[in-house]
Every structure is written in C-alpha cells, then in structure tokens.
Design a protein around this ligand. Structure first.
Ligand code: 26Y
Length: 820
C-alpha cells in the first residue's frame, strides 16, 4: 500500500525472502523443508532485526554526535507485548513480509502467533510506558527506557473449574530474537552494610557506605523502532547477577553449595515481576528490585554524561531528565544525592539544585493501598546511607515549611517524608513530590484530585509543580497493526497520515451519516467479530452468535473497576429472561479478560463467580442464546489485540474518582466500540470528544460519591428498597451457580452488604441498568449505532500517545527532536 511504501526501508519481497532463508540456514541451522512455524518466526525476526540494528547504530551515533538532551523513562514495568508485527509495521515492511512468506508457503499470522508476549508489566502503568517509548521513537526524540529484565513476567493465567491458577511465564525459554546483551556496560550495585563518618579532602564530614554485598546489573537492550523506521531508541533492562561468581576458597573447603547460595540470592532480584496491581505488599525483595534498577540506570546515565562532560556537573540537568513512572523508582532521588554528595563531593545545596532539576514524577493512583510506604527499619537495613539522606532531605524540607508556615506542626506532619506511625514509614509519594520539578496526574479529573485531595498542601507550597498530562495510546499498535481491515478502510477514506497525526481521523466524521461508509465500517466490525468468535470457539469451545452485541470488559480484576457490577447486571438480564421469555433485548455476548493478583482473594472470587455464572447461563436452553458469557483466560497484550477490534461495547465502569485514567477505554473507542461508563478518569475526556449522544454515561459523579461517603453510605438501603438488587444478591447466596460448592459466592454478596460495598456497586446499579437499556435500544437502530461507532473512531485523535508525549516534551522534558 501507499502508506507502507512511503516509509519503506528499501527491502523488496525478493530480498526479504532471501534474508529469511539465509537466517533459516545460518542463524537457525535448519532449512525450508524442516522449518516449523517457530523457526520461521525466528528467521523472520532475525531478518527484521538486521534492519533494526542498522538503524539503532545510526541513531546512537547521531544522538552521541549531537550531545542531545534525553529523557530517561524509569519504570519498574514495560508491558511490551509482541514486537515482530509492530517492528514490521513501523518499518513499512508488513505487506512485503506477508507476501514473501506466502511465497514460501507460510502464513504470516501463524508466524506471528509463535512470539511470546513480553509481559514485563501488570497493566495500565506498564503498557503506558510501552506506548510512550513507541511515541518517543516515532517522534524522533532522544529517549531511553530503563527497567528490569524479569526472567518471569506476569504469571500466565489458567482457569481450572472456574478458578484462576497462576503459572510461571517464561517468555525467554526459546530465546528472544530482539534483546541484545551488553556485558561491557555491566554495573555494580551495593546493598546492606553500614555507614562510616569521616573527614573528606576539604575537611568536611564525609560519609562512606561500606556495603555488605554487591550485585551486578547486566543490561539487555531491546530496540524500540519508531514508525517510519528512522529512529530506533532502546529499552535497557537490567538483569541481576552475582558479582563474585565463584568463591574458590569456599569451594575448595567443600562449600560449593554455600558459595552458590549467595549467587542464587543475587540472581533472585530480577527473577520475577511482582503481580500486585495497586496493592502495596511491602516486600523487601521489591524494594531491592527498585533500588537495583534505579542505581544501575543512574550509573549508566552518569557514565554516558561523563564521557561527554567529564567531572563538570553543572550541565547535568541540562542533559538529563528522568521521568519516574510512579514512585517505584523514587529511590533514585536519594541515590543521585548520594553520588553527588558522597562520591563527587559536591556540597548539599549544589547537589540538591542538580537533583531537583533532574527528576519529574507521574502519579498513577489515588488508592491509599497503592501508595508506597517503606518501613524505616527496612531501608535502614538495605540502604543505610539512603535513609540518612532521606532524613536530611526531610530535615531541610521541614525548615522550609517552618519558614513558610511558622509553628504549623499539623502541616509538617502531613508533608513529612517520614510517617510517625507505630512503625515509622518512608512515604515515597512525598519524597517524589519534594525531589521533582514537576508532578503530573494522568487525566484531567485525576490531576484535579491529586491537587485537591492527595497533595493539597504541596500544591499550596509549590503552586506550579502539580499538573496534568492526559494519557494516550499508540495508534500504530492499537489500530494500524491490530485492526488491518479498519486501517485499510480509514486510509482509503482519509489518506495514510493518520498513524502519525491521529486528529486526522476527524475527517471521518463527515461520513458518519453516509450509508455506504456505515456499511463498510460495520462490515469490518462484523469480520473482526467473526475472527474473535473463531478464537473464542478455539479457546473455550463455546460458539457465539456474531450478530449479538460484543460487549467487552478487559482490565485487571479489581473491586474498584467493578467487574462485579457488570456481573450483577448480567444476572439481572438472565433473571428477567427467565421470568419473561419475551423480555425485549438484543442478544449479547459478554466477554471478560482479567487477571487477579494471586493474593487478592475477593478478586479471585469475582473471577470464579463470572465463570460459574457463565457456565449456568451458557448452558441454559430456556434463554435461547440471548446471553453468552465468555471469560477468556490469560488476558494479555496479544489477546487484547484480538479482542479490541471486535468490540461493539466498551465497559469502563469504575467508581468515579478511582480510575486514574484508563487506557483500554481509548483503545476500544479508537476501534469503534461505544463506551458505557462512569464519569471517571479519561472517560470524561472521551465523552467530551465524542459528545453525549455517542457514549452511555451513568452513575454517581466524583462529587456525588464524596457526598454519599460523607453522609455514610448504607448499602442495605439499596438491598431492601430495590427488590431486583435483593434478589440478585440473595441468588449469590444459593447453590444455584455453584451446586458442587454451595456458598462459594457468599463472600461476594457479603462484600456488598456487611463489607460496606466500598465501591458503591449497589448505589450505581439502577443507573447502570438504565444505561444498558438505552444501549440496547441504540444497537437495535442499525444506522444510529453505525454512526456512533464511526464517531467514536473519528473523535479519538486526542488520545494518541504522541499528543501525551508532546505535552511532556513541551511542558516537562523540554527536548528537541533529533532527526536521524
Ligand atoms: C506498589 C505496587 C503494588 C504497584 C504496582 C503496580 C502499584 C501500582 C501498580 C500499577 C498501577 C497502574 O497500572 N495504574 C494505572 O495506570 C494507568 C496509566 O496511567 C492508568 O490509566 C490507570 O487508570 C491506572 O490504574
């Protein structure tokens, strides 16, 4: 196609074929006759990687020669998904590769299926990081992503008899074709030990940390290909390794096993991604992970800076900006201070001036249980010098507060980095705000709540520090690559620039009433639904009617996201149908994808409940296939890419004020799904863009939620005053859905009554039910629905991650593009 040719990297079908075959022979040691899909995947990836590495070298040389200022995106999570399809699209080679493989007798989609997901993240925060580095490369901005090379990413989910089982995710078992090990850039990271006070060269007190152990960080680089293939940046992920890999004395004394034990401990650091999403567990290993990758990354940055600027620190914050993706890497702040004060021997004020011009911090949550706090005792043990530095930062900050608000100890207690609870804690959020020059939330409403509820005093103290940058998603992966049929239709209509200039989608608006275009648009949706139906059949054995409404809720399982509100409503529809077989509703397939944190019991119960209700409904002949409930196991990026193009309806139903932004909401609307949602996170901005007629908004607003909670929310009132609600909750308490396990769903009922229904499921139920009726009615009007779907795609221009990144660049990072 035109779009591909205009960016293409001068490799035609013939040359591509030759390259794949040559890799089959020389890289994989096999041949065309013996190769299975996996070998084809490896050979095709190797052919692409050759181009990637060329552009990577050119990019790095160009950045080096220009001594560019760069952003360093520190994130404990990067949810990259698969790279082959993305890299081919970004090089403009997808269609060439498709044709080449076809001639070799190979189906490209079988080849793409061989790639394991890089699931080095939990959910939204990790996927946002992946979208941002895609945009940074596409926009030709100097950037590095820094994170952890987890040996095991997020667990693989199996569903056994309705319940979630976690299995390890070993994504590198058969080798990863993209990553490059860079042992020459290995770093060493100290841990534990004690701090010695002594006198430095200038006669001042100097601190020296004598670590109790040292681990090595070995970097693996993943190339990040920008759209158009010009800039290739890197994602640098650190793998931990024992530093003295063999202790001969212990070994010779017969201590082989003891000597190995320490190795194992060091190597444990990057073994596994913590599967907790929004619930802090306070685990020592996690703090070590955070310090490990922050310290390796800082050393790497400083090594690169010194190569250009020697010991002159004055230009550091001109060259380096570090974005902290939530507080997970916040320990980098005292680490930089330690390097500047203890190692470079700068005085505190000079060091602080540099450090506090280097860091910026993004907040992704208001949930109290997700705000990181580390026990002082734990920090003291693992990072004794950092604790001292944190105390010093805090001490000086308290003096600043005293000047501003003399005698106000309430204020001091609120803003202090140290929480004076029974067990003293270090508040990483406060440290991040104090140590950063900008702090942002991720959607307008979220940033407003960050200012008004989470950090109001900080906002008073530093009037322009807190700001908003609304999230975005990359349209290359989330439309162009995942939805080829819709992409082709759009390109035919408005040209091929939309992947890099997404607001051009608005040009589709004029066709929203055009019958021909409506037909074309809905035909694409129908085809995508048929493809997903096939997938559903293959995975679950269940046949679904592709004329039914495909209603999708895909996200981590969390009470605040309210999958159980969706479930209660499904049960309500089922009950209505049982009571009155002529109950008027369009047939609907409810599709879920969700992983629960392994220790989050209620979340696991909700998964179990969805599966048990699904079993019952899917096999109940009385309701004539009007409702199907599908839970697709192991929700992940590559599954999302199949589900999103097929969705008619996008469920975004969090309790108002709880979902910071959401990004799945953007991806679904971009692909023509109509949202049913609350006025929460980015839903509010989506509603603003598409207009009230093209979205189904329901439920209590942020202000109403606050008012209800203030007045004292009484879920029992809804239970006793709404007979449908009562019947539904009571139903959960029978053995109807779990005959083999009576009472298995009672805890779910209890959570919404005795448990106080903390996320206001019952308060929003009726409003949700009405919104669903309106949605059902709208779907039955084919023209109206087609128009809504088209306008959802047309109005998503704002939500490209290119726009988010541009806002960071203009208002926070102050970067210049660097054409490669
Ligand atoms: C502290 C630890 C347990 C922890 C680990 C992961 C805490 C939080 C997280 C992940 C948070 C997360 O994914 N937040 C989501 O960030 C998205 C990107 O900004 C938002 O769209 C989404 O609303 C928010 O829940």
């Amino acid at each position: 196609s035109q779009s591909e040719n205009s960016y293409s990297t001068k490799l035609d079908k013939k040359a591509f074929k030759a390259s794949v075959i040559s890799h089959l022979h020389s890289t994989l040691g096999t041949d065309e006759n013996k190769a299975d899909n996996h070998a084809w995947f490896k050979a095709t990836s190797a052919a692409i990687q050759e181009l990637v590495l060329n552009r990577l070298r050119t990019t790095q040389k160009t950045h080096y020669m220009n001594d560019t200022r760069a952003v360093h995106y520190f994130s404990a999570e990067f949810l990259m998904g698969r790279l082959l399809s993305n890299n081919m699209h970004n090089f403009g080679l997808f269609e060439t590769a498709d044709a080449a493989l076809k001639e070799l007798g190979v189906d490209i989609s079988d080849v793409l299926e061989e790639e394991p997901d890089m699931a080095l993240g939990n959910g939204g925060l990790g996927r946002l990081a992946a979208c941002f580095i895609d945009s940074l490369a596409t926009m030709e901005l100097p950037a590095i992503g820094y994170g952890i090379h987890y040996e095991n990413g997020l667990f693989r989910q199996e569903i056994k008899k309705g319940a979630q089982i976690e299995r390890p995710d070993s994504w590198r078992d058969y080798g990863n074709p993209w990553e490059i090990c860079r042992p020459e850039s290995t770093q060493e990271v100290p841990l534990y030990g004690y701090v010695e006070t002594k006198y430095g060269s200038n006669g001042n007190i100097q601190k020296e940390w004598h670590p109790g152990s040292i681990v090595k960080g070995v970097p693996w680089d993943i190339p990040v290909v920008g759209y158009g293939g010009n800039t290739v940046n890197v994602l640098r992920l650190w793998q931990s390794q024992s530093s003295s890999h063999f202790n001969w004395d212990v070994f010779n004394a017969g201590g082989y096993v003891d000597a190995q034990r320490e190795n194992i401990q060091a190597e444990t650091i990057s073994k596994v991604l913590y599967p907790n999403d929004e619930t802090e567990a306070g685990k020592e290993l996690r703090l070590i992970q955070q310090y490990f990758f922050s310290a390796c990354s800082l050393k790497d940055i400083i090594r690169r800076y010194k190569r250009a600027h020697g010991d002159d620190w004055t230009r550091f914050s001109e060259q380096v900006v570090i974005q902290l993706n939530d507080t997970h890497p916040a320990i980098a702040i005292p680490e930089l201070m330690r390097i500047l004060v203890d190692r470079a021997e700068l005085d505190w004020d000079t060091a602080w001036a540099i450090s506090s011009k280097t860091f910026a911090y993004t907040n992704h949550t208001l949930l109290p249980e997700a705000l990181e706090r580390w026990p002082v005792r734990m920090l003291e043990k693992i990072l004794p010098r950092h604790l001292e530095i944190i105390y010093e930062i805090n001490h000086r900050f308290m003096q600043e507060l005293e000047k501003k608000w003399p005698g106000d100890n309430v204020m001091k207690a609120k803003l202090s980095i140290i929480e004076e609870s029974d067990e003293k804690m270090v508040r990483m959020g406060n440290l991040s705000v104090i140590g950063s020059f900008k702090v942002n939330g991720v959607a307008q409403i979220h940033s407003k709540l960050v200012k008004e509820n989470l950090f109001p005093e900080f906002d008073q103290l530093y009037p322009n520090k807190l700001t908003n940058v609304t999230n975005g998603v990359t349209p290359r992966r989330w439309l162009k690559a995942c939805n080829p049929l819709l992409s082709a239709l759009i390109t035919k209509k408005i040209g091929d620039q939309w992947p890099v200039n997404l607001t051009q989608l608005d040009k589709l608006s004029v066709f929203a009433d055009d019958k021909t275009f409506q037909n074309q648009f809905m035909k694409v949706k129908q085809k995508n639904k048929e493809a997903l139906a096939k997938e559903i059949k293959a995975i679950t054995g269940i046949a679904v009617d592709t004329k039914a409404i495909f209603d999708v809720q895909i996200k981590r399982l969390h009470e605040y996201k309210r999958q159980h509100l969706n479930l209660l409503h499904i049960m309500a529809l089922y009950k209505r149908l049982l009571k009155d077989p002529s109950y008027d509703m369009h047939s609907r397939v409810f599709i879920f994808g969700a992983k629960a944190a392994p220790g989050y019991t209620l979340a696991k119960t909700i998964i179990y409940a969805i599966n048990k209700v699904a079993d019952k409904i899917n096999n109940d002949k009385r309701i004539n296939n009007k409702i199907k409930v599908i839970f697709l196991p192991n929700y992940r990026v590559s599954l999302a890419e199949k589900m999103i193009p097929a969705a008619d309806v996008s469920q975004q139903i969090s309790t108002a004020g709880k979902e910071a932004s959401g990004t799945g909401n953007m991806k679904l609307a971009l692909n023509g799904a109509v949202t049913i949602g609350t006025l929460d996170g980015a839903n509010i901005e989506i509603a603003e863009e598409v207009g009230a007629e093209n979205i189904f908004i329901f439920g209590k607003t942020v202000d109403e939620v606050a008012a209800i909670n203030k007045a004292g929310y009484k879920p029992y009132d809804y239970y006793y005053n709404n007979s449908e609600i009562k019947a539904l909750l009571d139903w959960l308490d029978t053995d109807y859905f779990t005959p083999e396990q009576p009472g298995a769903l009672s805890s779910l009922k209890r959570s919404m009554l005795e448990g106080g229904d903390p996320y206001l499921v019952l308060a929003d139920f009726e409003s949700y039910s009405k919104a669903n009726e309106a949605l059902d009615k709208a779907y039955k009007d084919k023209d109206r629905w087609a128009k809504m779907a088209i306008l959802n795609t047309a109005k998503m221009g704002k939500f490209t991650s290119d726009r988010s990144v541009q806002e960071y660049v203009d208002r926070i990072w102050k970067l210049d593009t660097c054409k490669v």
